[in-house]
Design a protein around this ligand. Structure first.
Ligand SMILES: Nc1ccn([C@H]2C[C@H](O)[C@@H](COP(=O)(O)O)O2)c(=O)n1
Ligand SMILES: [Zn+2]
Length: 152
């Protein structure tokens, strides 16, 4: 989950940064990472605004979700049987992708949009497809990365 949080920090979304990391079934090796961003090469042309009347002037229609990017960036042939660590509970569209890609477990950090239709639909699809969902629990509240200690 720390790696998912680190990936999230690369997002340019000013309000919600979502990071996702996929690990394989056999040895928990990372086989994909992603974060929410505009489609490749379109970074500067599209709005990050979340509010307003006009959908075309808001981010939602354009942004690529962290989960989709993690699946698209996979380094293995497929992600069947894998687990996804993600900083926010997936939406309905990502749930479909997760199910279709064969990921079997989703470990999430936040579920701040729990009441939304998108999250409820996602949960329903995961349950029906027997994709396990579990909130990440830890007693460790932070991981400090000290670049100086890494310098050898
Ligand atoms: N499972 C999710 C849910 C949302 N996102 C992205 C889409 C937006 O960039 C952002 C949500 O923005 P907000 O409505 O909180 O301002 O998070 C995602 O990548 N994965
Ligand atoms: Zn999504």
């Amino acid at each position: 989950m720390a790696a998912a949080c680190l990936a999230a920090q690369r997002s340019k979304d000013p309000s919600t940064q979502v990071g996702a990391v996929i690990v394989n079934e056999t040895d928990n090796k990372i086989v994909g990472t992603g974060y929410n961003g505009m489609p490749a090469g379109l970074d500067d042309q599209f709005p990050w605004k979340r509010d307003g009347e006009e959908p075309l002037k808001k981010k939602y229609i354009y942004v690529t979700h962290g989960e989709l990017n993690a699946i698209m960036n996979k380094s293995s042939a497929d992600v069947k049987g894998c687990t996804m660590y993600v900083t926010l509970f997936p939406c309905n569209e990502c749930a479909k992708l997760i199910i279709q890609s064969g990921i079997r477990k989703v470990i999430y950090l936040s579920n701040k949009y729990e009441k939304s239709n998108e999250t409820q639909a996602a949960k329903r699809m995961f349950d029906e497809a027997e994709v396990k969902t579990e909130q990440f629990k830890t007693t460790c509240s932070e991981i400090l990365i000290n670049f100086h200690e890494c310098l050898q």
